[in-house]
Design a binder for this molecule. Structure first.
Ligand code: DX5
Ligand code: ZN
Length: 228
């Protein structure tokens, strides 16, 4: 996984058919996805449950590119090893998930995975100032985590501030929640390069008829690239 700041569209399989994750990942990639975003929820840190490392391991062989695992769980540390073994390329932990985010991010790197840190809408950019040296990605939540299909919460100031804090470092800025062709351009202008999109990618299509995924990805990408 090499670093570049090109626009990357990362479909979130939270909006796909849970009975067909493997086929959904293959379809999303065939239709132009750059990364696959995998949302892990524990019913404790967020008010919803999805799945854990075993499902991630089962999905892994169906993803050719980057498997971007978003951990909405607390605690994180006892599960890092298992998610690393499951084949995650990126493991993103929330800064709000515990008192020792620095230790968590170190442990992710030690496990051989690229560390990411996520910020809830109510958390300021300054909360991660002292862990920037440890991460390859900052995820800015533009919804309160837990569910797909929620209304976008504007966070452009935060994205701009993070972009400035990051400077020349090789750190991605990812946006997660309510991304679609109408919200993508301003996010890119503010400094984002990875756009997670669930409903806006998977709407209108299916594993048997995946071409709408391709059209949806293309629409987000061209809106995003027009802002560069
Ligand atoms: C929300 C998840 C998101 C979600 C985005 O807690 O982290 O990844 O799937 O879904 P949309 O794009 O529908 O807002
Ligand atoms: Zn997510």
């Amino acid at each position: 996984m090499s670093f570049d700041r090109s626009i990357k569209i990362a479909p979130s399989i939270l909006a796909s058919d849970f009975a067909s994750f493997g086929a959904e990942c293959r379809a999303a990639e065939t239709q132009g996805a750059d990364w696959i975003h995998v949302d892990v929820m524990d019913g404790h840190f967020v008010p919803n449950l999805t799945f854990g490392p075993a499902t991630c391991a089962a999905i892994r062989p169906h993803i050719k590119g980057v498997m971007d695992v978003h951990l909405m769980i607390s605690p994180v540390d006892p599960f890092i090893e298992e998610f690393a073994k499951a084949g995650a390329d990126i493991l993103t932990a929330h800064v709000e998930a515990g008192p020792h985010i620095h230790r968590t991010l170190q442990a992710i790197r030690t496990a051989g995975v690229r560390p990411g840190v996520a910020l809830n809408p109510g958390t300021p950019a300054s909360a991660i100032k002292h862990v920037l040296e440890l991460v390859d990605l900052v995820c800015v939540m533009t919804v309160n985590p837990g569910f797909g299909g929620q209304k976008f919460i504007p966070m452009h100031d935060k994205v701009r501030e993070l972009r400035e804090m990051i400077g020349e470092r090789d750190i991605h800025i990812e946006i997660d929640g309510g991304v679609d062709p109408s919200t993508a351009p301003d996010l890119v202008t503010a400094g984002a390069d990875v756009l997670v999109a669930g409903s806006a990618v998977f709407k209108g299509g299916s594993v048997d008829d995946p071409s709408p995924y391709g059209e949806n990805i293309k629409a987000i990408r061209s809106a995003a690239e027009s802002a560069r």
